[in-house]
Ligand binder design. Structure first.
Ligand SMILES: [Zn+2]
Length: 173
């Protein structure tokens, strides 16, 4: 059986800034009001014969949304982003978070911004495609601590109404 959580109605939303280095129009810092739809497939199980408790799903996804909300999303593994203080091989989320401010170049253009205004992501892009995989994998990590009956978890990250990317994480065939 599959359960579905609608991100707009369940308030799984966040508003963030990002840019897609090298892209004609999306290469400039801009924002989206994102929302995240979730689909989870698995066996019904336990005292209530649930696939999964909606309350758990919403709590875990909301925590990820809150982490990203009102921040600039920086994908640290992007080939066109270079951080002033670190070589590409030694850059890490922890080091960047510990800086008071971060200086970086995107395709040669320089930015300096307080570190607390940013979320550093272990991704190549902060696109809907990569964010959907990020959400699905993080959600699986949380759910697996409590559930052993799930077959797959899908996250659809929507950049506003009308366009989104869905990543399906298979837990078992
Ligand atoms: Zn965008």
């Amino acid at each position: 059986m599959k359960i579905i959580v609608n991100g707009i109605n369940a308030n799984l939303r966040f508003s963030s800034a990002h840019l897609i280095p090298g892209h004609d129009s999306c290469g400039y810092i801009h924002g989206h009001s994102y929302f995240v739809d979730i689909e989870i497939e698995g066996e019904r199980k336990g005292d209530f014969n649930f696939v999964v408790d909606f309350k758990d799903v919403k709590q875990y996804v909301r925590a990820i949304c809150n982490h990203l909300d009102h921040k600039l999303l920086i994908p640290i593994y992007n080939d066109l982003i270079s951080f002033k203080e670190f070589d590409d091989s030694e850059v890490s989320i922890e080091k960047l978070e510990n800086m008071k401010s971060v200086a970086f170049k995107v395709n040669g253009k320089g930015y300096t911004i307080p570190s607390e205004d940013c979320v550093f992501l272990p991704l190549k892009y902060s696109s809907a495609e990569e964010l959907s995989q990020f959400f699905a994998e993080k959600l699986v990590e949380s759910l697996e601590e409590k559930y052993d009956n799930l077959d797959s978890v899908s996250a659809c990250v929507n950049e506003g109404i009308g366009q989104g990317a869905l990543f399906k994480k298979i837990i078992r065939e």
